[in-house]
Design a protein around this ligand. Sequence first.
Ligand code: SAT
Ligand code: MN
Length: 584
Amino acid sequence: MSNTTLQSLENWVKKVAQLTAPEQIVWCTGSESEKKELDDLLLSTGDYIKLNEETHPNCFLHLSDPQDVARVEHLTFICTEEKEDAGPNNHWMNPQKAHVKIDELFEGCMQGRTMYVIPYCMGPIDSPISRCGVEITDSAYVVQNMRLMTRMGTPALKRIESEGHFVKGLHSTGELDPDRRYIMHFPEELTIKSYGSGYGGNALLGKKCHALRIGSYQAKTEGWLAEHMLILGLENPQGETHYIAAAFPSACGKTNLAMLIPPEGYVKDGWKITTIGDDICWMRSGEDGRLWAINPEAGFFGVAPGTAQDTNPNALAMLYQDTIFTNVGLTDDNQPWWEGLDDRVPVQDWKGNPYNPENGPAAHPNSRFTVASKRCPSYSPKAEDAKGVPISAIVFGGRRESLVPLVTQARNWAHGVLMGATVASETTAAATGAVGVVRHDPMAMKPFCGYHFADYWSHWLSFDKKGANLPEVFTVNWFRKDEDGKFMWPGFGDNMRVLEWIVKRVAGRVDAQPSALGDMPKIEDFNLDGLDGFDNEDLTRLLAVNTAGWEDELNNTIEYLQSFGKRVPQELYEELKITQSKLE
Ligand code: SAT
Ligand code: MN
């Protein structure tokens, strides 16, 4: 009996089975009994540790190989026929060579193991913006994560069968040997091959591999945008909701911002934030000229350390049930624990050793939780809407301890694209390599854009056409520090103050003060009520433009843009010149 009516899918699964030689093949349906069976299996193999059933029902801890805890950008390749199409922003390999190289690793790698076939849909099953894929993996842990992060199983398979096409993703954890590890993308074949890692971004192929790298390529060819952005809804006391999409590099607080609870005064007045997504945003132009967005994911794969009652109560609330924790510590009564959670002392660290602060933190800095979106108290029913939500504002942010002001509004769309293209940010633990080094990270897509950045910027610029009613664009920076190295802005819930100004600008309710970099809040329009120890002078300092510093930054930016060669759209240089002349 065949498992699917789609011959191309049946054939591909057969071909993969011939290559990898699994002991058995399981087609995942997404059923509750399948979930239970795999939980039991993972417990029996030691891949899962059962957490305290009273405090954390149906929650599990997975400890990964200590050498496999983050994305590996140096082993991630975009394999296009023409090297130039991958661009200087990607590692490139010739597709034929890449297939040979990685297929050698896949050969016989599933002997004695089970091969799982996971049909999945990125986005609501009935949304025209959604796209489907099938991941083949030999990891039950990956199946359980995909179950939370995507709409997977029978409904996805039905959609794939009716559409007749899908993104192919092949994954094996292999030996988890960093020297036998590759994450390869073949955008022109809509194919992903990932070997040697079980970690999130490397192994849950629906996420960064499909929804961003392959997705950005699909988006360019089909005329939409696949972005590394959270989506939130901001409801004002009049009951109007504005949707904001915001791009930040990994581990810069996207999850916290997406689930923000406004300061007390705001809540009393009737302001409210709802969550559509915390990581990825797919947008396309609607008939009304606006950009309409969906969150292609169905769950959150968030950074655990720092998640606490005072930083993100919504996130904390969703983590007490039906959650997979990866690489966090454990308390003596088997509760998950990470730095910043509370002042209990854990007994076990993320390597499974007795906790000893001399050996470093209990939870790995990139330890994660995986949980269904529906468990989030602020999750918006609009996230399930096939139409998506209309985006009023796009926000670009990075982690910059100096120079970049709290908030700036772009002069126009092209200037906004320049703002996004020239974001730089300090690196974090989300990828292997040095932490805290400033690097350019355009639109927070440096590790995720599946093609030449210059073409990507041209694609962004192309949305400014007749009949378009585009979002306003802003740059923000929560991370500026003073001379003593202390953060100047309180961040977290108080970021609401910046969001309020943004939606008031969008609605035309406040004026702005012009600066060389773009429009900034007039001090009197910015709500500082109830913000202890922070006054107008502090705000003025946070909005200050350091002319000499910015001249350097812009020169550096020109050099950066030039490193992408002739394909860089002239419009970006023209916008940059305008900024330069305003600085003088
Ligand atoms: O590991 S993931 O790529 O899924 C998360 C992130 O780095 O943003
Ligand atoms: Mn991310």
